[in-house]
Design a protein around this ligand. Structure first.
Ligand code: PNS
Length: 165
């Protein structure tokens, strides 16, 4: 069983994240989308909301061989990966700017858990500037984010904006 975790904040999941998930499907038997529980970052969505939204989006993806699951975690990614008996940590690289941060994290994770490899996948060019932070900012200020955020997630953002919390 070749299991990988794909850790992140996913606040919210973007089409860039989805692109990385789809690219990782042929590489593993199971991918656990690992949602970091980070309340101090004052997220737009609670960790429960994020897991539920991601689960709904994942159900739309055709996967014959690879199981896609969602879980949340607190603490170290390396500890969570070990607990899940994962062989790899998947991370997406959008542009050179991501590399230094990702390199530091990968090396630290390797030091914490030498048996787990970080696997970097390159995001599609059209998503190279897409981040959750940018999407939230543009959405909140009334800009268009369609095509950059899965439709179901955009609907949840709208719901949240309309309800005022
Ligand atoms: O989507 P993000 O916010 O870029 O994801 C960052 C994440 C969650 C992968 C990173 O912050 C993380 O791994 N946090 C858990 C704490 C941890 O393990 N820190 C040391 C990593 S070197």
């Amino acid at each position: 069983m070749r299991r990988a975790i794909f850790p992140g904040s996913f606040d919210p999941l973007t089409c860039g994240h989805l692109d990385i998930i789809e690219r990782s499907l042929p590489l593993f038997d199971e991918i656990v989308i690992a949602v970091l529980n980070n309340p101090e970052k004052n997220p737009m969505f609670s960790v429960e909301e994020r897991c539920e939204m991601i689960g709904a989006v994942l159900r739309e993806i055709e996967t014959e061989k690879c199981l896609l699951t969602v879980d949340s975690f607190s603490g170290l990614t390396a500890d969570f990966a070990r607990k899940k008996e994962a062989i790899a940590i998947v991370r997406g690289i959008r542009a050179v700017a991501d590399y230094e941060y990702e390199l530091r994290m990968a090396l630290m994770n390797r030091r914490l858990e030498p048996s787990i490899e970080t696997v970097f996948l390159l995001a599609a060019e059209e998503y190279s500037y897409v981040s959750s932070t940018l999407m939230k900012q543009v959405f909140t200020l009334g800009g268009r984010v369609e095509g950059l955020i899965p439709k179901a997630i955009e609907a949840k953002m709208r719901e949240k904006a309309d309800s005022g919390n």
